[in-house]
Design a binder for this molecule. Structure first.
Ligand code: UGA
Length: 441
């Protein structure tokens, strides 16, 4: 089938490459000429396991192309995805200007029936706005061309985006017409084998499903972080509690890992956006407000432990930091807990000596050159002349380090672990003082 994807960001690029892989003819449009040129040369703008070979092989096979030519893109696709960004505006609401600009562009160039599919995470009611913008634009050009709007939210996770997209748990379709549903079912049929994963519903419900899913997951995390904080105060161990409650299938083991807070481009933005959308319809989303507040507080947790340990004085200390990305298998630093920690340490006069398997360039891009940030080539060198170690991201390479080496390199044999990677007893056996989340003060 002929498909066009507007917006070559995370969601757009992965979706386009996966659709091309199963044989669809996909054209990607972006306003960023440099990004388009780079993609044509095989330079992928994001780190995502499996994505580079997928993009390059489909590009070479001629099933996937990149251009800034919106007119050609609109002419090409019978199915047109909108996968542009919806960044938070000043009050945290999702900013729809890019989505609506694409809607207008599609309307300006379309000469035949198009199915316009919203892939971006957008507030409930956005499909109606897209519809209105397309209709207005068609009317003002006196064009009588028909179209459908579909809401088809994406559920991929960074770091596992390709496999999530190839093997989705569900395919949510918010549709109003049988023709549109039929076309989307055909498009996704290669990913819809074994059992029917397509769940159809009205458009507004599909839009809300996306937010509800992310907000539910964020809620699980903040809830666990709250219980971890209580465990600490009660003298309990959150890891036992996690095990104990996860065994109930109604609760489950997934997404109940306590830590130094959730980050990324989705949870923080989506929780905030739903809170703002709720306010706009006169509702105070108290649970979600608390989810956000707890997460904010949790990102400061490691700094609190550090300050308590050092009697509020870390001036002149060198801190070894392992893990900068908001989670493993990505170089994404958006809303990463490491940033809150580093910025607080700098304000307190400490120097950070950091290592991350993928996010070093991104850290350099964000913070530039500064005297109190040293980006180190290995996790071992980050320990050189450091006073203590902090862990912010649970990369696999941090899970079984050489504890003797850590102990010998640090001036204080001390680890602050924001991801609960180790057993407190084992740390004690190694002679390392160990702070983790919710495991005793
Ligand atoms: C999230 C959702 O998991 C995807 O289903 C969704 O499609 C995506 O947002 C999106 O809307 O695009 P992602 O942001 O890539 O995916 O990352 P997650 O793997 O969900 O992790 C989010 C954060 O939660 C990370 O900082 C992670 O460290 C933290 N987390 C996760 C915890 O603190 N505890 C847990 O138990 C799980």
């Amino acid at each position: 089938m002929k498909v066009t994807v507007f917006g070559i960001g995370y969601v757009g690029l992965v979706q386009a490459a996966v659709l091309a892989e199963v044989g669809h003819d996909v054209v990607c449009i972006d306003v960023d000429q440099a990004k388009v040129d780079n993609l044509k040369k095989g330079n992928i703008p994001i780190y995502e396991p499996g994505l580079t070979p997928l993009v390059t092989s489909n590009f070479e096979a001629g099933r996937l192309s990149f251009t800034t030519d919106a007119k050609a893109g609109v002419e090409h696709g019978d199915l047109i995805f909108i996968a542009v960004g919806t960044p938070p505006d000043e009050d945290g609401s999702a900013d729809l200007k890019y989505v609506l600009t694409v809607a207008q562009t599609v309307a300006e160039y379309m000469q035949s029936h198009k199915i316009i599919i919203n892939k971006s995470t957008v507030p409930v009611g956005t499909a109606d706005k897209v519809k209105a913008r397309v209709t207005e634009t068609l009317n003002s050009a006196s064009k009588s061309v028909t179209f459908d709007v579909v809401s088809n939210p994406e559920f991929l996770k960074e770091g596992a985006a390709v496999s999530d997209c190839m093997r989705p748990d569900r395919i949510i379709l918010g549709v109003e017409s049988d023709t549109a549903e039929d076309k989307l079912r055909e498009l996704y049929s290669p990913f819809n084998r074994n059992h029917d994963k397509v769940i159809t519903m009205d458009i507004r419900s599909a839009e809300l499903t996306k937010y509800a899913a992310n907000c539910m997951l964020a809620t699980k995390i903040s809830f666990m972080n709250e219980i971890a904080n209580l465990a600490e105060l009660f003298g309990a161990d959150i890891e036992h509690v996690r095990h104990g409650i996860g065994s109930d299938p109604r609760i489950g083991y997934q997404f109940i890992y306590p830590g130094c807070g959730y980050g990324g481009s989705c949870f923080p933005k989506d929780v905030q956006a739903l809170v703002r959308s709720a306010n706009k319809v006169g509702y105070t989303a108290r649970v979600l407000e608390s989810v956000e507040a707890v997460n904010y507080q949790q990102k400061e947790k490691l700094f609190e432990y550090i300050m308590r340990h050092f009697n509020n004085d870390v001036k002149g200390k060198t801190v070894a930091l392992w893990g900068l990305s908001f989670k493993p298998n990505t170089d994404d630093m958006r809303e990463a807990s490491s940033r809150v920690l580093m910025e607080k340490l700098w304000d307190a006069g400490a120097t950070v000596q950091a290592y991350d398997p993928e996010a070093m360039e991104e850290t350099q891009r964000i913070y530039g050159d500064r005297d109190d940030l040293r980006l180190m080539g290995t996790k071992e060198s980050a320990l050189n002349q450091a006073d203590f170690l902090v862990i912010c991201t649970e990369w696999q390479v941090f899970r079984a380090p050489d504890f003797e080496l850590i102990k010998s390199k640090l001036s204080n044999p001390l680890i602050f672990d924001g991801r609960n990677l180790f057993e407190p007893k084992r740390m004690a056996d190694y002679g390392l003082q160990y702070y983790a989340i919710g495991r005793g003060l």
